[in-house]
Design a protein around this ligand. Structure first.
Ligand code: FAD
Ligand code: NAD
Length: 479
């Protein structure tokens, strides 16, 4: 058994861990980065990048299918599933290659391979080969998909998102369990590529939406294209040849038995904190077993342990993993001089079509007990000029503002260009702009952003009334 002594040990070489490593080293700390799985990060190997590659292929297919709406007839659309998946894997491997090159530039003495677990608050056991004595530790272990116990007997056709990107061809059919971001992004892409896809939702939620009006519109818009079954219960699964026989109960309690080539479990992800010997750290844990931590410093209690990325379950998206890793690594490096780092305005984007975005404080958060009432403005994209020009006139945006100060608080939307509108609104939110200040900004013509202006004008009017009117505000189309 090898023994090493370091200032900082980082568990996990994903986005958060790599960012923490760079920040700890910049503080002059002798740092070791421990990885138990393949290098390359979840984002590049099985997350953001391969999923967007699949979606890009689906977008191409959809554009051809939508072309006749403009009077353009591209002829028969043929989707070569092998070629689609080959490009997804080839480009994915390229992205992973860049990450692995970066890891290989880290001095070998700073890298350890093996599963790490705490055996004491300052001691980590790595595999069966090394003991690390660490003055400080950063937990950056990521997350793993939930596996539904009801599907345990379904055989190899029951898969998680990681498995999609190893497929060499498109399947004929797929059931998607869960209508969160992963289920919707991957399921819609498969559907647009000609796969028969059915979504099974246990409740009525879609992606990250909490605003009931936007959720209602999203249900209508996505429901018009996709087979989404809400209020369903998954009862069990069994192997059926190469596929899976899925048993479910619908909203009325009736039993359904259907065969699919694959059943994709997209029912959420759990932070990887269960098998790292967290009980030996003495840290106070929440109900999910995640250490309590300060989200400005990423410090767990007043301890020498820091946490970052999906492992802490606070905004499990890539930009947050990078930011949190940076804060955790810098603080671990200069401990006990622990400082608050930059936490940005919350922003999420689901790359469905139409896209779904949330910015700043969401509707549910603003409705929480004890919060002051807020004003609302909205726009529907159904008649919004540029959206209609592009045949992308679906969805709606709701924006929220603070009475008294007139400050812009946040937004939720499904609609065209949501990835860009989300950024625009998030920047305004982080700059603490008022709705008046936002309306003073330039808006070109004809652009989807004119729809944003319509919603902001409605919000401005609601704020001017000064009354706690929470009803949706309708407004004229932004032509
Ligand atoms: C299908 C999919 C699509 C996504 N799309 C997007 C998107 O479009 N945009 C976006 O912002 N986010 C997206 N995400 C989320 C994003 O990928 C994650 O938030 C981000 O990758 C988390 O980074 P991380 O460093 O916390 O975890 P990871 O990159 O998973 O790193 C954790 C590392 O820790 C290692 N590890 C775990 N336990 C141990 C141990 N005991 N010892 C040693 N090593 C260990 C793991 O092997 C892993 O390498 C997506 C996720 C998925 C699954
Ligand atoms: N574009 C992006 O930024 C992006 C893309 C993919 C993933 N992600 C990240 O990955 C995280 C995980 O994504 P996810 O979609 O797995 O989780 P999620 O929490 O977004 O959604 C899980 C869904 O599964 C449903 N569900 C849970 N248990 C169920 C059951 N027993 N039966 C049926 N449905 C059930 C939930 O109601 C919910 O709709 C997201 O929170 C997000 O942060 C981000």
């Amino acid at each position: 058994m090898k023994n090493i002594d370091v200032d900082v040990a980082i568990i996990g070489a994903g986005t958060a861990g790599l960012s923490a490593y760079r920040s700890a080293v910049a503080q002059g700390a002798r740092t070791v980065l421990i990885e138990g799985g393949p290098y390359g990060t979840t984002c590049a190997r099985v997350g953001c990048m391969p999923s967007k590659l699949l979606i890009a292929a689906a977008d191409a297919a959809h554009m051809l299918q939508a072309a006749p709406g403009f009077g353009v007839h591209p002829g028969e659309v043929r989707i070569d599933g092998r070629a689609v998946m080959e490009r997804v894997r080839r480009e994915r491997d390229r992205f992973v290659g860049f990450v692995v090159d970066g890891v290989e530039r880290i001095p070998e003495a700073d890298r350890l391979v093996g599963q790490a677990r705490f055996t004491a608050a300052h001691t980590l056991q790595v595999g069966e080969h090394t003991t690390v004595q660490a003055a400080r530790v950063v937990i950056a272990t990521g997350s793993t998909p939930f596996r539904l116990p009801q599907l345990a007997d379904g055989g190899p056709g029951v898969i998680v998102s990681d498995d999609i990107f190893e497929m060499t061809d498109l399947p004929q059919s797929m059931a998607v369990i869960g209508t969160g971001v992963i289920g919707l992004e991957l399921g819609q892409a498969m559907s647009r590529l000609g796969v028969r896809v059915s979504f099974f939702a246990r409740g009525g939620s879609l992606a990250q939406l909490t605003d009931p009006d936007v959720l209602h519109d999203a249900t209508r818009v996505l429901g018009a294209e996709l087979d989404v079954r809400f209020q369903n219960r998954i009862i069990g699964a069994s192997r059926d040849g190469d596929g899976v026989l899925l048993v479910s109960h619908d909203a009325a309690g009736a039993e359904h038995r259907e065969r699919f080539d694959y059943v994709l479990m997209a029912a959420g992800r759990a932070p990887n904190v269960g098998a790292i010997g967290i009980e030996h750290t003495g840290l106070e844990l929440d109900k999910q077993g995640i250490p309590l931590f300060d989200r400005r410093t990423m410090q767990c209690g007043a301890s020498h342990i820091f946490i970052a990325g999906d492992a802490d379950n606070d905004r499990p998206v890539l930009p947050e993993a990078a930011d949190q890793g940076c804060i955790a690594g810098a603080n671990a490096g200069r401990y006990p001089d622990v400082r608050p780092g930059l936490r940005r305005t919350a922003l999420t984007i689901a790359f469905t079509e139409p896209q779904i975005a949330t910015v700043g404080a969401g509707y549910r958060e603003l409705c929480a007990d004890g919060r002051p009432k807020f004003a609302l403005g909205m726009v529907s994209f159904e008649n919004q000029g540029r959206s209609r020009v592009m045949l992308q006139n679906h969805g709606m945006l709701r924006v929220y503002g603070e009475y008294g100060t007139g400050r812009f608080l946040g937004a939720e939307m499904i609609g065209p260009r949501a990835e860009h509108i989300g950024h625009l609104l998030a920047w305004a939110c982080q700059a603490r702009m008022t709705v008046d200040q936002m309306l003073d900004m330039p808006f070109y013509h004809p652009v989807v952003e004119e729809g944003v202006r319509t919603a902001l004008r409605a919000l401005h009017a609601a704020l001017a009334k000064g009354a706690p009117d929470q009803a949706a505000v309708s407004d004229a189309p932004g032509v």
